[in-house]
Design a protein around this ligand. Structure first.
Ligand code: HSE
Length: 419
């Protein structure tokens, strides 16, 4: 560092897994000239790794401090994060956040605030931990049409699936391990219910396609109902169960998005993405297929993405959102279908679910573990019954890619075709 150069003065809001990971990294690299001059946390009573006098318990004090050159927001609470980040952007400040749930809900407003007040917001750490996917889509692919961006966007659920597949672990202990390692959200149902990867897919849609999706309108099915039998069922076919988040350009030019468990075969690079690693497959019109893989959760990998944003902001970098100007329409549930696998330990429960999904009763098969069925299911039906499926503990996986529903001849019903 130039001896005359002042360090960049950083206000760090939040000192959990990501905040500490970032702090630790910059302690190891003093030559970067970054100084965390103030840290705000919520709880005065929680034991910390730094002396108590290092902390403020009012994040607004950091917002009000003109001596800070940049704010990093890495707290857990999306509503409070939005209040703080939007207030900082109204001051025209430079801000880095890792809060995916907050971004997925408020991205259009946050983009608008940057345009209006001249501040900058970067958030590489919000999606796939250490993988530089936002900058890749926003910058490198800023003008290239993309057929699809899909992948494993949640480290915790992938960790649980790996432990169940490789070690035969049960779901509960595998989840407890993911929590102990600091991968899971404070509320792990966000990970296991695929709400967290849904937020990440919504954020990527803004950069891959220029589309701002409402997360509540994107189908997400999780792995809470999974059992060893489902993993074995996939394995017999030479496949693994992965939670795949996908953004797909349809033949009609629209973009669709969904996040569900999927049976993935060795032909996909996602097949080999294990533990808390994430992977993203980009299918581009001219560049063809690319694959990025890296650690999707954990203090250091996510802190590394925060650091990359801090240094990028220092250089004056901002996202371009180039595709926003000619964004396609979204088609989230209507007229789409997937080949699905559904299972429950109780055949009676599954029989009722088949009526929800408009699968014929004769699709139901029983075995020593209960009942399962496979067949084409409208995304609309999965969407309409998503809460009931979750509450009943029914495991649902995609067996193939999403596609437009088959157009039937006039007067021909789906039941007749399946009969
Ligand atoms: N809970 C998240 C995950 C953390 O498991 O992927 C990283 O966003």
């Amino acid at each position: 560092m130039d001896v005359d150069k002042q360090p960049l003065r950083i206000g760090l809001i939040g000192f959990g897994c990501v905040g500490q990971g970032f702090y630790d990294i910059i302690q190891q690299q003093p030559e970067l000239g970054l100084a965390v001059t103030r840290i705000a946390v919520k709880s005065p009573s929680k034991p910390r790794t730094l002396p108590a006098e290092r902390f403020s318990f009012h994040a607004d004090e950091l917002l009000d401090d003109p001596a800070l050159d940049l704010l990093i927001e890495v707290i857990d609470d999306p509503a409070e994060a939005f209040r703080l980040v939007s207030a900082a952007l109204r001051q025209g400040r430079r801000v880095v956040t890792a809060n995916k749930a907050m971004l997925a809900r408020h991205l259009p407003e946050l983009v608008q605030l940057q345009a209006e007040f001249g501040g900058t917001l970067l958030y590489e750490a919000a999606v796939c931990g250490s993988i530089p996917i936002i900058r890749t889509l926003d910058g490198y692919f800023s003008h290239e049409p993309l057929h699809a961006v899909s992948g494993i966007f949640n480290g915790s659920s992938n960790y649980v699936l790996t432990r169940m597949t490789e070690e035969g672990s049960d779901y509960g202990p595998a989840l407890a391990e993911a929590q102990a390692k600091g991968f899971a959200e404070t509320d792990p149902s966000l990970d296991m219910g695929a709400f967290d990867p849904r937020s990440k897919a919504v954020i990527l849609a803004a950069h891959a396609y220029g589309v701002f999706l409402n997360p509540d309108e994107v189908l997400n099915l999780g792995i809470e109902g999974i059992g060893a039998v489902d993993i074995a069922h996939a394995a017999v076919q030479g496949r693994k169960v992965k939670v795949v988040a996908g953004l797909y350009r349809l033949a009609n030019g629209r973009v669709t998005a969904l996040v569900t468990p999927q049976f993935v075969g060795p032909e996909s690079p996602l097949y080999a993405v294990e533990q808390e690693f994430n992977g993203v497959v980009i299918e581009a019109k001219y560049a063809d297929t690319q694959f990025l893989r890296g650690r999707g959760a954990g203090g250091h990998p996510t802190g590394s993405a925060v650091l990359a944003d801090v240094l990028a902001i220092q250089r004056g970098f901002r996202y371009g959102y180039a595709k926003q100007a000619a964004a396609p329409e979204a088609q989230l549930t209507a007229d789409l279908e997937v080949d699905a696998y559904v299972r429950h330990a109780d055949a009676g429960v599954l029989r009722e679910a088949l009526t929800w999904l408009e699968l014929p009763a004769k699709a139901l098969q029983t075995d020593a573990h209960g009942a399962f069925a496979t067949g084409p299911v409208a995304v609309q039906q999965l969407w309409a019954w998503r809460k009931e499926l979750r509450t009943a503990g029914i495991f649902v996986a995609r067996v193939g890619e999403v596609r437009p529903v088959a157009v039937l001849a006039p007067g021909v019903t789906k039941a007749a075709v399946l009969a």
